[in-house]
Design a protein around this ligand. Structure first.
Ligand SMILES: [Zn+2]
Length: 202
């Protein structure tokens, strides 16, 4: 596991504000519960670092609602734990967000994936040593040289979406990000169930 997990690597422009769309945060919490219960979102106790994050499109086109940074340890999230990403620039490595918390350290990766296809409505990023060991280079996988939270990781997802089953099956393994997997779907139910059913097969 990468010791720098969980720290924001992009330039963050955060405007503190009230909780975003309450209905949307309830939907996120609904699907976060089984992911947390399966240990796919959680907390590395030895390092005191949270992992895993989920998002759905919300607000204006291109915007999305995502779990806040360092919320992996929270068993039951509320609207206070979500942030609306209002803009991003992959090449300048900048993300703008507003809400009660700053967006997840992996918001840039989510932003880059949404930009691939308007049909992607939700993204789930989890950590699982079991799934990572089993599916690395079996399912579409990002390049080993590319670290999480960087513009290069964004470009890697573009490559996979254009040239692998990531587009049809919606799951990718992050080789350069230990234990990391990503699933996408037309909605949150589809994105979450893709990774949950993979975990159930274990
Ligand atoms: Zn991660």
């Amino acid at each position: 596991m990468t010791p720098d997990e969980g720290y924001i690597k992009y330039q963050s422009h955060w405007s503190p504000g009230p909780p975003p769309d309450i209905d949307a945060t309830r939907l996120l919490e609904k699907w976060r519960i089984p992911l947390f219960a399966a240990g796919l979102i959680g907390h590395y106790a030895d390092l005191n670092i949270g992992f895993g994050n989920i998002s759905i499109r919300s607000g204006a086109p291109g915007q999305f609602l995502i779990t806040g940074t360092q919320t992996g340890h929270i068993e039951r999230s509320t609207a206070e734990h979500y942030s609306l990403v209002t803009g991003f620039d992959i090449d300048r490595n900048e993300v703008s967000c507003n809400g009660p918390v700053q967006a997840s350290s992996e918001a840039m990766t989510h932003a880059a994936i949404y930009a691939l296809d308007p049909l992607i409505g939700a993204i789930v990023h989890v950590h699982s040593k079991q799934l990572w060991d089993r599916y690395l280079d079996v399912l579409p996988s990002t390049d080993n040289a590319v670290a999480y939270g960087t513009p290069e990781m964004a470009k890697e997802f573009r490559r996979l979406y254009r040239g692998s089953k990531f587009r049809s099956d919606g799951i990718a393994v992050m080789c350069g990000h230990d234990e990391g997997l990503v699933s996408v779907g037309k909605n949150l139910e589809q994105a979450a169930c893709r990774i949950l059913s993979l975990a159930k097969e274990q």
